[in-house]
Design a protein around this ligand. Structure first.
Ligand code: NDP
Length: 328
């Protein structure tokens, strides 16, 4: 059985991707073969497929860190033909062939039964972006992020992680300050539940090591100067979840917020999240953490053959919310 995949090649240092016809035998090894119904495009997929970021550990490789679909065949006792499943992270689309394909073959230890409350499309509307937003909130709540500590700032708010984070935080009863550099999406973010939507300049952040406490916590997708400045404004015992580097990987800070206010900087790594926690988070994404505005967060439904333009759009900051890829 032949199928199509968005395959990434490296020819003498030039990285490019192409829709390629393949057979199952050509895929990286695994004991479960899945017919992919939906995948998605995350910032990381765009970096990987265009070569703008060094994401892939080997070439050629099918792109896509997310997939959802149905088991075609399984050598594992845990799964059988017809099971509805999803995979996110775990090296998918980085170390082994990924989800931007009509068929994928993966190790059963990475496969998650589709949680109640989700189907292939809604699971991929969440994808790694939604999973990461939920993982950040989970880590913050484990560290006692109560509503009383103050509003939560979400940076890069109109993006995939940001839009899901805004909606989940709001439905969990947190006051949300969405930070977005694109004014045209401010009403979208209000619709997702943000109490305030502001630009970075509107925040009027100070640059001293410790500034007046204004925020209960932060979910940060941007990094760099913004993250450094936000740390100095977090209230006593608040949490800052560091997710992304949309602006910069640099962080310049002092220890004062940590040692004088008990602020915690929490790392969030979706790729290698332990499997038991990964399953718990997905269960919650289908139930108590399921975004109530998920339909609005899906801003496009694109056929696999047209995925290429989505990569460049995301890197050029021309997209918002989540784009699902129909692989059927
Ligand atoms: P998106 O491209 O969908 O969203 C990123 C958002 O960041 C944009 O929509 C934009 O929001 C803002 N942004 C982009 N460029 C800049 C800039 N130069 N300065 C300030 N803001 C900027 O990406 P994702 O939501 O998929 O991912 C967000 C970040 O999180 C990425 O860096 C990604 O690599 C990382 N990530 C990390 C994961 C982990 O496990 N730690 C998992 C998933 C993602 P706006 O226009 O509203 O300001």
């Amino acid at each position: 059985m032949n199928f199509l995949a968005c395959r990434v090649f490296n020819q003498s240092g030039e990285v490019s991707h192409q829709l390629t016809e393949m057979s199952v035998d050509e895929l990286s090894a695994g004991d479960v073969v899945i017919k992919v119904h939906y995948s998605s495009v995350n910032y990381k997929d765009a970096l990987a497929a265009t070569g703008r970021g060094k994401i892939l550990k080997q070439f050629p490789l099918n792109a896509g860190i997310d997939l959802a679909g149905e088991v075609i065949s399984s050598e594992s006792d845990e799964f059988k033909q017809g099971d509805k499943v999803l995979v996110n992270g775990c090296g998918l689309g980085e170390q082994f062939d990924g989800g931007l394909a009509q068929v994928a073959r993966v190790k059963s230890e990475f496969v998650i039964p589709m949680p109640d409350g989700l189907d292939a499309k809604s699971a991929m509307a969440l994808g790694t972006a939604g999973f990461t937003a939920a993982l950040a909130l989970h880590r913050m709540q484990q560290n006692d992020q109560t509503r009383e500590k103050g509003p939560i700032v979400v940076t890069g708010a109109s993006g995939g992680v940001g839009s899901v984070a805004v909606n989940i935080l709001s439905s969990q009863g947190y006051e949300v300050i969405a930070v977005s550099g694109r004014e045209q999406y401010h009403s979208f973010l209000k619709q997702l539940g943000a109490n305030q939507v502001v630009s970075i300049d509107d925040l009027k952040l100070g640059s001293k090591p410790l500034e007046g406490g204004r925020f209960g916590g932060v979910i940060d997708n941007v990094g760099g100067e913004l993250l450094s400045q936000l740390l100095a404004h977090v209230n006593l015992w608040g949490n800052v979840a560091s997710i992304g580097l949309a602006d910069s990987a640099k962080l310049s800070a002092t220890v004062f917020p940590f040692i004088l206010r008990g602020v915690s900087l929490l790392g969030v790594s979706s790729t290698n999240c332990p499997m038991s926690l990964r399953k718990d988070i997905w269960q919650r994404l289908g139930s108590d953490l399921k975004p109530d505005a998920l339909d609005s967060i899906i801003t496009d439904d694109v056929a696999l053959k047209d995925v290429s333009s989505v990569f460049t759009d995301i890197l050029d900051r021309k997209r918002y919310g989540r784009v699902v890829i129909n692989c059927q």
